[in-house]
Design a protein. Structure first.
Length: 235
């Protein structure tokens, strides 16, 4: 595992965008695993700028996102599909048919979990998976638990996750309490993993990557990945 500490969020975003851009340039039809939340916003801004300047081509790229809230349609402004369309997909020359997220509005979530796992597998797993990390150590929406979930599954969100995500909603009561997420096993099948974290995540970065591997800190599993990079900021 490579751990890189940088002085600012801007530097973090630039380095993360460099890694993703290099993957696209090296393999134009690569599969990118993508994340939502505040951490990757600067990275996506960098990638969109490079595409707009003609320095990066997403026309053959395929993407799979980590997770989605249960109960939200793709058109809901709080959905992760909407987030990705606004912050990346709608700003680069990617084929919308090549962008994939779990369907949080599916009537049969068990079937949707199986469908999405099969989809990710059919694409050959991500060449590079972008991750953030929660203050409780979650990656994707894999919350602290007794074991590491292997496959795509639904999860009851922890109170701390709901509280953290409430900043994006009008009221904490509006935050969905369930989500569908790639499992730890799914994430670990990515050929390369890139995790980014701001200065407010310093404590959990220390616990996850300098402490024991435990499902109580889900991100700690990345210590066992053969090609994982963590970039975090001092401030």
């Amino acid at each position: 595992m490579k751990i890189i500490e940088v002085e600012s969020y801007e530097k973090l975003s630039l380095l993360a965008a460099d890694m993703i851009a290099s993957q696209v340039l090296f393999k134009p039809d690569c599969v990118l695993g993508l994340a939502t939340g505040s951490s990757p916003l600067g990275t996506y801004e960098n990638l969109a700028s490079r595409c707009g300047e003609g320095r990066l081509d997403f026309s053959r790229v395929r993407t799979v996102n980590l997770d989605e809230y249960c109960g939200l349609t793709a058109e809901n402004p709080q959905s992760y599909r909407y987030f990705m369309d606004q912050n990346l997909f709608g700003r680069v020359n990617i084929d919308p048919a090549n962008t994939h997220l779990p369907d949080g509005s599916a009537s049969d979530m068990e079937a949707e979990c199986a469908r999405y796992e099969s989809l990710v597998e059919s694409l050959g797993w991500p060449d590079l998976q972008l991750l953030g990390i929660g203050h409780n150590g979650h990656i994707g929406f894999n919350e602290p638990a007794e074991d590491f979930p292997a496959r795509v599954h639904t999860v009851q969100l922890a109170e701390s996750t709901i509280k953290a995500n409430s900043r994006l909603f009008d009221r904490v009561e509006d935050v969905p309490t369930m989500a569908v997420t790639m499992g730890i096993g799914t994430i670990m099948k990515a050929r390369r993993v890139l995790l980014i974290a701001g200065a407010d995540k310093r404590e959990i970065v220390e616990r996850a990557f300098h402490g024991p591997v435990t499902p109580q800190v889900p991100g700690s599993i990345l210590q066992l990945h053969p090609d994982a990079t963590v970039i975090f900021t001092r401030s």
